[in-house]
Design a protein around this ligand. Sequence first.
Ligand SMILES: Cc1cc2nc3c(=O)[nH]c(=O)nc-3n(C[C@H](O)[C@H](O)[C@H](O)COP(=O)(O)OP(=O)(O)OC[C@H]3O[C@@H](n4cnc5c(N)ncnc54)[C@H](O)[C@@H]3O)c2cc1C
Length: 403
Amino acid sequence: MEQNNKARILVAGSGPAGLIAALGFAEAGFAVTLVGPEATTSDGRTTALMNPSLKVLERLGVLDEIRPQAAPLKVMRIVDATRRLIRSPTVTFRASEIGEEQFGLNIPNNILIPVLAKAVAAHPGIEWRKSMVETWRLDAAQAHANLADGSEVSASLAVAADGRLSPAREAAGIRASARPYPQSALVLNFSHRSEHGFISTEFHTETGPFTQVPLPGKRSSLVWVVKPETARELAALDDAALSARVEEQMQSMLGRVSVEPGRQVYPLSAASPGRFAQNRVALVGEAAHVFPPIGAQGLNLGIRDIDDLIGIASENRDDPGSRLSLAAYDTRRRPDILARSSAVNLLNMSLLSNMLPAQLARSAGLNALGSFAPLRAFFMREGLRPGSGFRALTGDFRKQASR
Ligand SMILES: Cc1cc2nc3c(=O)[nH]c(=O)nc-3n(C[C@H](O)[C@H](O)[C@H](O)COP(=O)(O)OP(=O)(O)OC[C@H]3O[C@@H](n4cnc5c(N)ncnc54)[C@H](O)[C@@H]3O)c2cc1C
């Protein structure tokens, strides 16, 4: 324990998960050291964060600065754009159906990350060492990190927010099974002639989803999942040719398209660790789960990791990295992470699969969602926060029983 009676938390990694973890732990009254490089400002992606994640950003005092530069997501549509024998009907989810104004906000990463980094730099409870952890030493009482700048940090709990390869995870002896997908995501932003009406549309194709998500004004972001060689070919097209391909893929739904400068290609993969905490290290964000960008799940799940970890650490303030505290974290996160990861991986596999049973299952599921409003409402609530769909259902049953 530190002289000032606050247990120290070491957060490794300065991506969105690390910055949010550092702010959250400091706000919860812990002494925080963040280790990671200067936050990036060159990430052209956007992140759709759902309402429960936005509540966390609000609590951390950063939402007001982000909101004007983000677009609300009011309607989400899934369109089957495969040319297969069995195709699914279009399913439309409206936030108003579950009494919400919006599902969330689509935020450019080059707004989200700098705003978080500014708040971290200004927080008196956070010491940010802009270096890398070179080696870890994890003993029974503490986690020790040797940094590239020659300094050392010791803490009761090390939060591994150091990304998909997570050196902290490896040091803790946690093995992760990783597998690459034969897919890459082409990511870009574009302007369009018609209003998007705050509707996001996910076109399901044989190579993966093509997802348009609204940005402020007549602009949208795009994540287009294709074969790696197609991604390279598309990224090499000139602006006019690529704009035409994007417009064609959307069946001119938003009128004339003009792609903006800045295309990025991300190879897709999945990874799941065997445990979510061990030997004074707790995994959050992509250190804890990697899956394809379908249905805007990744950072939303990462924020739930952080929220749960802070809750458990706050119940174990004397020693938040104790065996007991880490066991509680592993138990708490396991169902949510496994359910989300397997749902996304299954949906992705069903798109890639040429097998009739997989297509049938996907089509039957989407059919049921499209035609049965209570089921749709259940999935929308579950999509926002696990357990809330069940709570709403039991609430409805109770109301009916008391009538
Ligand atoms: C195309 C695409 C679209 C996506 N869209 C969405 C979306 O709409 N909604 C959503 O919720 N999610 C989305 N995601 C997922 C989301 O982007 C990730 O969940 C998120 O970026 C993961 O953040 P992270 O901080 O865990 O990891 P990273 O951003 O990888 O950060 C890891 C950090 O750790 C640092 N680091 C590594 N090693 C060390 C070390 N030894 N010492 C110190 N620091 C170290 C790195 O420098 C880096 O700063 C999308 C992903 C992709 C690929």
